[in-house]
Design a binder for this molecule. Sequence first.
Ligand code: BES
Ligand code: ZN
Length: 649
Amino acid sequence: MKLVIILLLCHMLYCVDVDKNTFSNYKDVKTQHLHIEWLLNLNDKVIDGSVEYTLKVFASQLTEVHLDIYKMNILFVYYPSNGQVLKHHVEYDPIQSEEQGDKLVIELGQAYKYGEIVKFRIKYQIGEDARALSFMDPSQTDDKKAPYLFSQCEANNCRSMIPLQDTPSIKFTYSATVITQSPLINVFMSGNRLQTQKFELMGNYDLNSIANIFQFELNIKIPAYLIAIVAGTVEERSTGTRTAVISESKNIQKYKDELEDLDQYVQYLEDYIGEYKWGSYKIVILPASFPFGGMENPLLTFANPTIIVGDKSGVSVAVHEIAHSWFGNTITCNNWSNMWINEGFCVFLERKGLKTLFKDINLVHVNSQVGNNEMNTLIKEFNSSQDDFVKSYASLHPKTENHNADDSFSTIPYERGFQLLYYLEKQINETRFQQLLKDWLQEYEYKSADESDFYRFMISWLKVQLSAEEFTTVKKSIDNVYNKWIYDYGKPPIEETFDNPASKDVLQLANAWIEGKGTKPQNYQIFDGFKSNQKQLFLSTLSALAKDITEAIMVSLEDAYHLSDLRDAELLFRWYALSINTKYAKDTTNLQKIRAFVGVVGRMKMVNPIYKALNKETATQWYQENYAFYHPLTRQSIESIIKSKTIII
Ligand code: BES
Ligand code: ZN
């Protein structure tokens, strides 16, 4: 009887979908290694691709391999050993095609047994439909000399540039050959660049049209979404023994100066969490259309130029991306419903690093407060939705099935996840929690995990480390909140305010402005002495009170602080969104500055709130003006914002 139950349980476990956002048969067969070969034709915005798959069979019989694809042209599939061509077809559902792509079915022509290795190759072509890729004309670059290409694969966009098992639950090593047609183009990928050619070419190319062959290798297993490429007139400048900055030449010195302490940031995080095992760490400062602040591609973080403010106030993004080297890239969430396994842990580690960097825990709490404000606003917004999916985005376990996983993306996994860990830390103290995190990393190193893995790990860790009595108390306080924290759609069960001396003045000043109804508070000049994150808190507090903000207050704020002319985009976008929401923004005030801003910054976090605040007509007009500048992902998100607006007559 016992055996039957165990077998049944195993069966149930096996049948549970780990990831509902992939069409691949990833439980029957798992990617071990990918070898990619790309011929970049940047002038025509097309890439000829070949991929060699090394897959291991986990089913008793395997006759088909199913891969994820998104709007690409599959040319043929073949066995490299004997050239035999394999039958393939695409399972196509018009709605899913746009959302998540399609299933590519490959018939292996024979049955493979458990444990066997399958090797085949696919030849395919991709172009501007690949939503992971941004192909830019020379005119859109800083140096204006050559075209530029960069990728953004998280969450499920890798399937638009490579047919593969696009699920974070599958990890593999990869290597790549990138062939360029112009000697001006330099290439970096999220791996080590090889000094000498190691891999034979899979395709036949016209040697006259080849300028360079770049090869890369990453021998640490990663999920698909961490594959990345940048190609353009980019160069590298060292910032220390193991760190560097990469960008076009125009601004590279400025970027290097701002990021001169990169080596130290890696060190701060190592001091807390243990060795950085990836070797080198480089940051690419991409064109301003990069849709995120940063993206943790291994060895090669991608970042938006808005993180370069001039006073190092934006470097916390770099610290965050470095922190992903442990949380996200070493332990990875196994589906997009538990993204907090990446982002919540990462923010927690980031803030440990910031504590060393800021030399003041209060300034770290200011970040947590800004995050908390944003989280609470979002929880209210999501939770009041009629749509069950949107409602679930308020929790740490958003529903993602049949949807583009990006739809559920918000600051919730970051802040709600961070706050859960902050609460757990408090239950056992900082030193012990630090050890727990180190052991968690070791246990799941280069693997993927979810919230129940973490729960099980934590409880068994505590059982060993704590006295029986303490264990009982701590377990009880965890069990009281854990599931609610993760699955409930309301606020977290324990609310934390992160009140601290560094935010006291900020909050008082914000309130004094509202009470003053347009008269400047007596001490209004203390604002100039605030750090960037304190100013962010100031603006985010005002945004939460927007309905009490009159035009007179806005006029007076502008007069006091010249907010529309700041350099720091973290402040500008908040001020601009507030300006529109309070109807302060007009042609005679800052409307044209806001219009210019959305034409030079493409970071979704910064343009989305502005598009949300605009009326449908203006939003549509500004979107059309800047369509060519925006990244495919930014386009998608602005389009959905505009679609949800009603026309005001
Ligand atoms: N991994 C994220 C970016 C991301 C998340 C891309 C989900 C696609 C889907 C990255 O690490 C990140 O969190 N970036 C933040 C900066 C950070 C300091 C919070 C960003 O882009 O603003
Ligand atoms: Zn992150």
